[in-house]
Structure formats: C-alpha cells, structure tokens
Design a protein around this ligand. Structure first.
Ligand code: MTE
Ligand code: MO
Length: 405
C-alpha cells in the first residue's frame, strides 16, 4: 500500500480549513498564553500498517501484537472495513441533513457541528460483527471478508451528542428509529449503487449513560480529524453497538417510526442459518456486540522455549450500559485449569480492557486458551454457534503454540 494513501485523500488545504474551524470553536482552550496555537498546523500523515484483506474496497486488519500495545489504538493499527470506495469529501462543504419525523429539518456542516454544540469525548471500542470470522469458518465454510481477531480497535471519539442534534431538529412523538446514511456509493450485485446505512432505536440515540451519550457525531478520532477511510469529515459513533451502526461519511439522518430499509440493516448484519428472504426478514438486526476476547501475544503458531511465557490480549464486555470486563482466565492445558489474568488500565463500559499474564509451558503444551466474563455474567462460550454470515464469533479464543524442549 502506498505510504501516502491517507494524504492523497485529504489535501493540505482541507486539513487547514479543518484546523481553523476547530480553533475557532475551541480557541479559548487551545490557544496557549503566548497566543500561539497549540494545535499543529498540519497533522502528521498516517501510514496504515495493516494486512490487506481486500484492495477495493479496502479492508485491512493490524498485526495482533501491535494492536494491544496501547489502550487507545494508534491510527496506524486501526482496522478499516469499507463496503465501497472512500468518498473524497470537502469538509467545508459536506453537510449532514436531518429530516423525517422532525419539526425542523436541518443541515449541518462541520463548523456548526463543532462550534454550535457541546463537544463530548467518548472512549469506545469499534468492532466489526465479522471479527474472528476465519475461526468460525473452520466449523463450516463461510464467505465474507476473512477477518482474524483484529477487526477491533479502541479510540477516543469527539463531537456533538446525536441527541443534541436531534433535539435541535425537534423530533416528533412518533419517532422510534434513527436512520443513518453514508455518502459512499456502494455497487450492488445488480450494478446499481446505494449508500451504506442502518439505524438505531431512538432510546439508544437519546440515551445518556452516566456521561456517555448513546450516539455521537464523531469529528475527531484520538484527537485528530478522522482519516478519510474512517469517515472524514464525520461519522456516527454508537458505543456498544457493532461497527456497522457507526456510519462513516454521515450524510443523512432520517427520523422514522420504523427501522431503516437500507440493505445493511434490513438484510445484512443478521444472524441467520439459511440464505432465504424469509430467514433474513425474520431475523432481528444486530445492535450490541457480545462479550469477547482474544490472545494477541504470543502470536498464533509461535515456537517458544519451555518455561514461563508471557501472554497478553484484549477483553471486551457486552455492549450494554454499565457492563465491564469482570474476569479474564487463561489455560495452557486445554481448559482443565485456568489462571486469572491481570487486567490493565481502567474499567470502562463500551471499551476493551487489555490484560496480561504468564503461564508455565512444557513440550506437551499445544495451545493457549482465553475466556472472558463481564459484569452482567455473560461469558465467552466454549464454542459459539455457527451462522451463515460469520457474525459475532466469541468462542473461547485458542492460540496454537509449539514448545521446544
Ligand atoms: N458509510 C459507511 N459506513 C460504514 C461502513 C461502510 O462500508 N460505509 N462499514 C461499517 C462497518 S461494517 C464497520 S465494522 C465500521 C468500520 O469502521 P472503520 O473502517 O472506521 O474501522 O464502519 C461501518 N460504517
Ligand atoms: Mo463490520
């Protein structure tokens, strides 16, 4: 992948415009005593370091060892999942339309989203419903992007609360679902093009879990403008829900009394056993992500010396309010005995928790296993059930090792 991939899509001029509008919004905060900007004139370019799973559309995941080096995933190592080409958008012009069951249909540009609404910064893990699909594929073959355990990342997202945007548009009493639509033209099998989209229930959109809004219009990721591939200039960000509900290049919000008819809510991202119209129609859309976890160190298949080895990985609580990672256990003997891992950092809902431990291994150790339990009592199952699209795989995670005498 060319090293300047991100830069190709974000001209210095549009970056500067963004910086100026951000400064106007937050000048009181971001101007130091000298009156000089604390904000860099230009952001350092990011060179994505991902294994490419498909080129067009671009889909890639990080090396698992790099993934868990920091609580907040550096953008270099943040997975990308897109269904179509990355649209080239002018952040000064691109707007978000809010319409449907509202008294005041509105259009918002980046400057207004940043300047006219209180800004929230939320730490939340984004994970694709297809994370770990290759493992489920071993149970029975599945088509779809062949994700390992790296279709996940944790970031700080900044922008206005979705609820504040909706309040300003004055939603009507009949409103039940909030539809999102992106600006990416995705080519369907029949050759037609349609944007990616989906919806979330209004209760989630209006929720305030402590200080965490149910939804955000994210304009910053880890404190910098979104990269083009992550939805520049803004996206929806729904803490606790599968990645597909966090719609990139967010162009339209429609307030409705029903769920979105968009393919990615009405048909795709459902747990089904057969590919029939009846099965798809009968299945509910996936919203929350389930408890999950994976071993990232040692690398799968690694040859190690007998003795004590370090093990590390991530643990994700169910994407529900107040739900935290409770316990992470690791086994080196096929699940006969378990050792509790040390949880790093601070427990937060909607966020992964990194963990580390060590175990003695011998020539007879074949694999390491992890299982995670959250504070709602949900636990990774020994074997999660197969489904046709390979979604929500959260079985105990196994990592093969080979031990030298
Ligand atoms: N507009 C748009 N939004 C989208 C997608 C997309 O293809 N187009 N992919 C979704 C899916 S399936 C996931 S998992 C996340 C991935 O976000 P990321 O690429 O920023 O990591 O974006 C979601 N939002
Ligand atoms: Mo996804």
């Amino acid at each position: 992948m060319p090293s300047d991939r991100s830069e190709l899509l974000l001209s210095p001029q549009s970056r500067r415009q963004f910086v100026q509008s951000s400064l106007a919004a937050l000048s009181g905060l971001w101007l130091g005593n000298s009156g000089r900007s604390l904000f860099a004139d230009e952001f350092e370019p990011v060179t994505k370091q991902l294994s490419v799973l498909s080129d067009a559309p671009f889909n890639g995941e990080p090396n698992l060892q790099r993934l868990i080096e920091l609580q907040q995933t550096p953008l270099e190592h943040f997975f990308v999942r897109s269904h179509g080409a990355v649209p080239k958008l002018d952040d000064g012009e691109f707007s978000l339309r809010v319409e449907g069951l509202v008294h005041q249909p509105r259009d918002f540009k980046l400057g207004e989203l940043r300047e006219k609404f209180p800004q929230h910064t939320v730490e939340a893990t984004l994970t694709c419903a297809g994370n770990r699909r290759t493992e489920m594929s071993a149970l029975r073959k599945i088509s779809g992007v062949a994700w390992g355990a790296g279709a996940i990342g944790n970031a700080e997202w900044t922008g206005p609360a979705l609820s504040d945007i909706l309040k300003q548009a004055e939603i009507k009493a009949e409103a039940k679902h909030i539809w999102f639509e992106g600006a990416d033209p995705i080519t369907e099998k029949d050759g037609s093009t349609a944007p990616f989209g989906g919806s979330i229930p209004i209760e989630k959109a209006m929720a305030l879990d402590g200080i965490i809004p149910g939804g955000l219009i994210a304009c910053l990721m880890n404190g910098r403008p979104l990269l083009p591939e992550h939805g520049f200039p803004f996206r929806s960000l729904v803490p606790g829900f599968i990645g597909a509900r966090s719609v990139k290049w967010l162009h339209r919000i429609t307030v409705s009394d029903r769920t979105s008819p968009n393919h990615y809510l009405a048909d795709a991202y459902k747990v089904i056993q057969n590919d029939s119209a009846e099965d798809r129609a009968a299945a509910a859309p996936i919203y929350e992500f389930p408890v999950n976890g994976a071993i990232c160190v040692p690398k799968f298949g690694k040859t190690l010396r007998a003795g004590r080895i370090s093990i590390a990985g991530y643990a994700l609580p169910t994407g529900r309010p107040d739900c935290l990672v409770e316990e992470v256990n690791v086994s080196g003997d096929g699940g006969q005995t378990w050792k509790r891992a040390r949880l790093l950092g601070v427990a937060r809902p909607y966020c992964w928790r990194l963990w580390t431990t060590s175990l003695p291994v011998t020539g007879s150790t074949r694999e390491l296993i992890v299982r995670v339990r959250d504070s709602l009592g949900n636990e990774q199952p020994q074997v999660a059930p197969w489904n046709l699209k390979g979604y929500l795989f959260n079985s105990w995670h196994h990592s093969a090792v080979s031990i030298e005498g």
